[in-house]
Design a protein around this ligand. Structure first.
Ligand code: FES
Length: 83
């Protein structure tokens, strides 16, 4: 079945690209051009890829988040010991 009629990309081709490591519509577009013309297929491609199927994306997201180092909170015991 065609997923992207602008470039004649099928769901099978999207699956093959996914198995080869493409896990976002953008990555599918970079290897097949699907989604780069009218864009009406991007949601279908996203649906085929599913959510959470891209472990690298989670790492990218985590890397982009600001670092929040936990601030050590002294316990009442250590405060009492310091005084
Ligand atoms: S249907 Fe895929 S870009 Fe138009």
């Amino acid at each position: 079945m065609y997923v992207c009629s602008c470039f004649g990309v099928t769901d099978r081709q999207v699956r093959e690209h996914q198995e080869a490591g493409a896990c976002t519509p953008r990555q599918i577009a970079s290897v097949s051009k699907a989604g780069t013309d009218c864009g009406s297929c991007v949601r279908r491609i996203q649906g085929l890829l599913g959510r959470g199927a891209c472990p690298g994306r989670q790492l990218e997201t985590a890397a982009q988040e600001p670092a929040h180092a936990p601030v050590p909170v002294p316990s009442s015991t250590s405060v009492a010991e310091a005084a």
